[in-house]
Design a protein around this ligand. Structure first.
Ligand code: ADP
Ligand code: MN
Ligand code: MN
Ligand code: MN
Length: 339
């Protein structure tokens, strides 16, 4: 007998990479082998030397096909065994290893928008719905668009063994959020990519598409972000480490280095309006949803916990955002003796 393994990888499309996948039939009990693909069709190679290598790095029960079938997340390599330039997971592995003793945890809030044809789900033909105000965490057919897809996606993620911690309807009609974590940097990023794949795949069966476009509708409509919540062991145990992490993200050239890697179009989303801080002015504050980094109010009360980096776009690469945060905050906490 056989089972189906859906090999999933991240391509080389710029400025925002896309997910790709294809199916391999394997004999029952078989190990997950290295596989290959045509990199010239995924912006990962030229046609005259097009072979690229897929190395399985994590696998999950496939909730769509069921049975013994698997979803298999892969890293992309060149045929000489070096990580392909699009392989951002390889760089995260090194940084995560270097700061492993600090026991970093991440919870990422993935916002996204459903589309049907050219319009966000819930937007009337040739016009606009009522202004924002009633949609966030709403209920009822006049406020909620796509709940059947959202529920199915949640069930699929849980059946795949992903650590989702919640879902909610967002501020714009057709806009939703799910949260992954708290988990270590590699685990949260792997699971977020697989949860994104499951989102597109689940919505496909409803004839609906989902987008991580950070500003899907221009004008007075909220953008879509990927707030990234972060803690180390020292931050979960005391307030000085919380403050040092929030300070470190604002030091020297760090704000720009992070912003440049927080997803294509981040300047268009971080305008200072719609619960954002302007992209070119770093700030942090307790309970402040208009700051770059928020310290949740209960973290100040309890004098320990985590911080929320509100800047990453919905279309950010989680391998990149977690690497930058671990690197910037890890080095600063180490220097300050807060480990
Ligand atoms: P918001 O109030 O910003 O909408 P959410 O409830 O959507 O917050 O998301 C908060 C995220 O923070 C969740 O993914 C949760 O798992 C994560 N989180 C909670 N505690 C920690 C922690 N100590 N370290 C990192 N992430 C955490
Ligand atoms: Mn949230
Ligand atoms: Mn949100
Ligand atoms: Mn948030």
């Amino acid at each position: 007998m056989t089972f189906k393994a859906e090999y999933i990888w991240i391509d080389g499309t710029k400025p925002t990479a896309k997910l790709r996948s294809k199916t391999k039939i394997l004999a029952d009990g078989a190990e997950l082998p290295t596989w290959g693909f045509d990199g010239s069709s995924t912006n990962q190679a030229e046609g005259h030397a097009s072979d690229r290598v897929l190395k399985p790095v994590a696998s999950y029960p496939d909730p769509i096909r069921g049975g013994d079938d698997l979803l298999v997340l892969c890293e992309v390599y060149d045929i000489d065994g070096t990580p392909h330039e699009s392989n951002t997971r390889a760089a995260l592995r090194e940084v995560a290893e270097r700061f492993a003793e600090q026991e970093s945890l991440f919870g990422i809030e993935q916002e996204y928008t459903f589309f049907q044809g050219p319009r966000p789900l819930g937007f009337p033909e040739g016009g606009f719905p009522a202004p924002q105000g009633g949609y966030y965490c709403g209920v009822g057919a006049d406020e909620i668009f796509g709940r059947a897809v959202v529920e199915k996606h949640l069930d699929n993620c849980l059946a795949a063994g992903l650590s989702l911690s919640g879902i909610n309807a967002e501020v714009m009609p057709g806009q939703w959020e799910f949260q992954v974590g708290p988990l270590g940097p590699l685990e949260v990023s792997d699971q977020l990519w697989v949860a994104r794949w499951l989102l597109y795949r689940t919505a496909e069966d409803f004839g609906i598409s989902a987008t991580l476009d950070p500003k899907p509708v221009k004008g007075d409509w909220n953008g879509a972000g990927a707030h990234t919540n972060f803690s180390t062991k020292a931050m979960r145990e005391g307030y000085p480490a919380i403050i040092e992490a929030a300070e470190a993200l604002g030091r020297d050239d760090k704000p720009l280095e992070h912003i440049r890697n927080y997803g294509a179009g981040v300047e268009a989303r971080l305008t200072g309006a719609h619960e954002t801080a302007p992209w070119n002015a770093y700030s942090y504050g307790v309970s402040d949803r208009g700051a770059s980094v928020r310290i949740p109010w209960q973290v100040e009360v309890e004098q320990k916990g985590y911080i929320e980096d509100r800047r990453p776009n919905a279309n950010v690469d989680p391998y990149v955002v977690t690497r930058l945060i671990v690197d910037t905050c890890g080095a600063a906490l180490e220097k300050a003796g807060l480990v």
